[in-house]
Design a protein around this ligand. Sequence first.
Ligand SMILES: [Zn+2]
Ligand SMILES: [Zn+2]
Length: 481
Amino acid sequence: MRHKIRLEGVVTPEAVREQYVYVPFEMPAGARRLDVNYHYENQVQGAQETHPGNNIDIGVFDARGADFLTGGFRGWSGGARTAFFVEPRAATPGYLRGPLQPGEWTIVFGCSKIDDPTVRWRVNIEVEVDVLAPPQETSGVPLPGGEKRPVVAGGSDGAGGRWYRGDLHAHSEHSDGANTVDEIIDYTRRVGLDYFALTDHNTISHWDDLARLNTGAAPLLIAGEEITMYGGHANVWGLDGWIDFRGSDSEKVQRLVEDANRRGSMFSINHPDSPIPWLHPSVQSYQAVEVWNAPWRWFNEPALERWVAHLRGGQRMVAVGGSDSHCVPPAKMTQPNGPGEPCSWVYVEGPLSERGVLDAVAAGHVFISEAPAGPFLELRADADGDGVFEALPGDRIDAPADRAVRFHVTYRGPEGKHIRLIGREGLVREITPETEEHDSEFDLRLEGKGYLRAEVRGFRGRPDRGEVVHALTNPIYWGAW
Ligand SMILES: [Zn+2]
Ligand SMILES: [Zn+2]
């Protein structure tokens, strides 16, 4: 038997200010499939950033409620789909399979882009009910978010520390990406990534595939989510379950940061200046900024400056990169880069594990290069003067009062590029390697509270287009950070 519900309404200017519209409906007992499709006036054709019209996102919460942070999240497709289904053992990508508990469910609209003063919408809901089925038919199917996600170990039995190549930011068909998770992981294997975080927008439905594909072969797969708000995007990695995305004002965004921190993840602001700017300057306690999103382009310069402003202001902050890949072959390539471009290298002690990667990111043991092939760029320091360069980017060292500290730069990449060593006051030293393998050492007197980081720049194409960044490291810090 099929229950059909048709709901209609209007998005008003008040709703646009609130950002989200809640449309409750009744899930009958014995439901075994939910189908939803929706329509609205003057839907934007093409990219919403550049084309006129309206865009209304959609998702659904189940009978556990739709409260901020604690709601019973069952899926989100943003503006990527106009229809979805949920069954106990299957669902449209972006949605979580599981029992269809009777009670009040809620369709959530997100007012992503509303050009018109008001917008009429319509939702068609169909619920397939098996009146004869015993109510416990789906009782063996756990509620999404109820299970503890297994902690992933393995991937390498390497003892001692080393740099691992990876990517912290990418999308699949579980949000607005073009590929299945299998296709993307195949690609990451071919380009030689050691670890890979898939961060679909506002959902965790891709985590099932990650768990299935996390077989111990490279890359190590890390469950992530891109918290996709209308005032900015942020990545979280390694959580035990879904995290809310409805940060409609700075106070709510602050609560999301605290929720991520409390649950053992970091909160990392993505592409903070463009294409989606970060509009919550008062929010604090996040740990990382994506200074390099996709291939180095003009909009990465203000992201880099934003990070540098944190550092110069005396605040420790981790710089990360993210490909933000939405497509790999055989899908049509609508962006020039795939996963690993740029590549975030993390220094992990002992065997590669999810915890090891995330601890390395949290510690700032990270440098970023334009591709998995490099350039390789390492900055180390010998703080105690024993001849061993034990301090890595992200580390804080004690500056000796009576002598200089020796630093070591390792570069593997094209000749003729400029390695710039940059401190809190600006450029400290510039090296232009004449070979593809460069190692050098220099001494610095360290005073007060400072840092040193390395950045490699050069021309990509015509010199009049200016220099791009080929690689950059997090800083080595000294003093009271
Ligand atoms: Zn984003
Ligand atoms: Zn993204």
